[in-house]
Design a protein around this ligand. Structure first.
Ligand SMILES: NC(=O)c1ccc[n+]([C@@H]2O[C@H](COP(=O)([O-])OP(=O)(O)OC[C@H]3O[C@@H](n4cnc5c(N)ncnc54)[C@H](O)[C@@H]3O)[C@@H](O)[C@H]2O)c1
Length: 128
C-alpha cells in the first residue's frame, strides 16, 4: 500500500514510518521538520516537507492525480500544548483543529480512510 503519514518526523510518526517501510509499504511523509536520515535513502519513502495547514497545498494535492495514497495516518500535531505560550494558542488551533480538518477534507476527496490518534491530554488535569 501507499500510505500518507503526516507528522512523519515526530515521535509517533518516525516509529510508524519505520514499521511501515519494514513491512514493505510505500510511505509519503508530510512534515515540515527534517525527517529521519534513514528515510531519505529509502526508495519507498517520498518526502513532502510541507505544512498541512496550507489550504492551497491541500487543494493542489487534491487536484494532483499522481498524489494517490491508499490510506492516511494523521499524527502531525502540536502534541504537547503545555510547551506553547498562552498567547500562541491560535497556532495550536490552526494545527490541531484547522489542519486536521484539511487532512480530513483531503482524505474525503481522495476517498481514503484517515486514521487519527487522540491523546489522554484531552481530559486535562483531573484527579480521576
Ligand atoms: N507521544 C505519545 O506518547 C502520544 C500518546 C498518545 C497520543 N499521541 C498523539 O499522537 C500525535 C503525535 O504525537 P507525537 O508525540 O508524535 O508528537 P511530535 O511533536 O513528536 O510530532 C508531531 C509532528 O507533527 C509535525 N507537525 C506539526 N505541525 C505540522 C504542520 N502544520 N505541518 C506539517 N507537520 C507538522 C511536527 O513537525 C512533528 O514532527 C499527537 O496527536 C499526539 O496527541 C501521542
Amino acid at each position: 500500500m501507499k500510505i500518507l503519514v503526516t507528522g512523519s518526523s515526530g515521535f509517533i510518526g518516525t516509529a510508524l514510518v519505520k514499521k511501515l517501510l519494514k513491512s514493505g509499504h510505500k510511505v509519503i511523509g508530510m512534515d515540515f521538520a527534517p525527517c529521519n536520515k534513514d528515510f531519505v535513502i529509502d526508495t519507498k519513502f517520498q518526502n513532502y516537507p510541507y505544512d498541512f495547514t496550507d489550504g492551497t497545498l491541500i487543494q493542489h494535492l487534491i487536484d494532483t492525480k499522481d498524489f494517490d495514497p491508499d490510506v492516511c495516518f494523521h499524527v502531525g500535531a502540536i502534541a504537547d500544548v503545555t510547551t506553547i505560550p498562552k498567547y500562541d494558542i491560535m497556532q495550536v488551533i490552526r494545527t490541531n483543529t484547522f489542519g486536521t480538518s484539511l487532512i480530513a477534507y483531503l482524505c474525503s476527496k481522495k476517498k481514503i480512510s484517515m486514521n487519527y490518534v487522540s491523546t489522554c491530554c484531552v481530559y486535562g488535569d483531573t484527579n480521576e
